[in-house]
Design a protein around this ligand. Structure first.
Ligand SMILES: Cc1ncc(COP(=O)(O)O)c(C=O)c1O
Length: 388
């Protein structure tokens, strides 16, 4: 079959399975609302969890600093050449100070971080134990590394312990990799237990705080801060593209690991560095969010209320955080429900395999601190009417 016809057939198969993805037409954002295909909708699908992207004071302060300082819009080169602008230095020292760890390293995105760190540190002769629901970037990094790998049952620390015991003496190093707040289920890893296991079995623990940073912990450092496990985790990864309302990612760790990543991590070495304009904004939002504990508490409160109401209405709503998924099962039912929400002026996006397991399609609501209970109170009734 000719190449283009072959690709076209594959697209048709995705369409038949209700799995075809298309790029939405996203317009302006204004507070709680977002324009999609020209229609204003209540935005319940954003990862700007603290609403910092909409913070007028912060944006004004940034614009003023831009006018005065004139941040460059490009770094024009890799960090190992001429791209290592002093904004990197400021941002990384601030991360080290906040986390109280020896070293921090900033990356272009969370995807870069996860597809780079594991292959730099693990390889043949090593074993990676990865949560079954870990993000695609962790799965890809694991695959690239060439290490042996096993996916443990979701959040099941007895299963991890069983695998650690079985691996004893058979590998050079054993890595445990988990998200802290699971991006699609909104539930939390048991970080204390993981630190205990990694110590007892001499493993290396890597935690991805993409959805925990900014949202948990007194200073928004993530679930590791909230559970007192910052110093027990070998590498904590956070992203700037979610609660920190910017772009890029970081990892905090010991200095020896940072030096090694700078020398060996391919997605760090072979890419153009972030521009000063982004780094300066990331530093502003990182600092700003440290004193937003009131917003964090409010966010968890409205999320718990929404989750409780949806569960009372008979829906399967896993998790215990600001990510509130309503499991519909089939792809078709998730798409139908998203369409019903659209008609009611709400953006609640359908998430389908391969992002989630087969027959676990869902609407993933992600709440933000700038929403009030009144904004979402009617959602359970709306969904009930939509699924009746
Ligand atoms: C758990 C997790 N890790 C990593 C990433 C990738 O981060 P980024 O969007 O900065 O590439 C995401 C987000 O999409 C994520 O959910």
């Amino acid at each position: 079959m000719a190449f283009h016809a072959f690709i076209s057939d594959r697209l048709d198969a995705l369409r038949r399975d209700n799995r075809l993805r298309t790029l939405p037409d996203i317009g302006e954002r204004s507070g709680k609302y977002i324009y999609v295909a020209g229609e204003s909708r209540l935005n319940l699908s954003s990862n700007d969890y603290l609403g910092l992207g909409e913070d007028r004071f912060l944006r004004d302060a940034y614009s003023k600093a831009c006018r005065e300082g004139g941040y460059a819009m490009t770094s024009s080169s890799s960090r190992l050449l001429t791209g290592n602008h002093h904004w990197y230095e400021q941002l990384e020292r601030e991360l080290e100070r906040l986390y109280g760890r020896e070293a921090a390293l900033v990356f272009n995105s969370g995807y870069h971080a996860n597809v780079g760190i594991l292959p730099a540190l693990a390889g043949r002769g090593d074993l990676i134990l990865s949560d079954r629901l870990n993000h695609a970037s962790i799965i890809d990094g694991t695959g690239i590394s060439g290490a042996a790998h096993l996916r443990y049952r979701h959040n099941d620390t007895s299963h991890i312990e069983e695998l650690l015991a079985g691996a004893h003496g058979r590998y050079r190093h054993v890595f445990i990799v988990t998200e802290s707040v699971f991006s699609m289920d909104g539930d939390l890893a048991d970080l204390r237990k993981l630190v205990d296991l990694k110590k007892r079995y001499g493993a290396v623990l890597i935690v991805d705080e993409a959805h925990g940073a900014g949202v948990f912990g007194q200073r928004g450092l993530g679930l590791c801060e909230a559970t007192g496990t910052v110093s027990g985790i070998d590498i904590i990864i956070g992203t700037f593209g979610k609660a920190f309302a910017s772009t890029g990612a970081y990892a905090v760790m010991d200095a020896v690991l940072r030096d090694y990543l700078v020398n060996t991590m391919r997605p760090f070495i072979f890419t153009t560095a972030l521009p000063p304009a982004i780094l300066a904004w990331s530093l502003m939002t990182l600092r700003k969010q440290t004193d937003m504990q009131g917003e964090r508490i409010h966010l968890q409160r409205i999320a718990a209320m929404l989750r409780g109401r949806l569960a009372d209405a008979g829906f399967e709503v896993p998790g215990e955080s600001h990510i509130v998924p309503v499991i519909t099962g089939s792809n078709e039912s998730a798409l139908n429900l998203a369409e019903k929400l659209r008609c009611a002026g709400v953006l609640g996006m359908a998430v389908r395999p391969p992002t989630v397991p087969e027959n676990r399609a869902r609407i993933r609501f992600s709440l933000r601190a700038n929403l009030q209970w009144d904004d979402v109170e009617y959602i359970p009734d709306l969904i009930k009417a939509g699924t009746a």
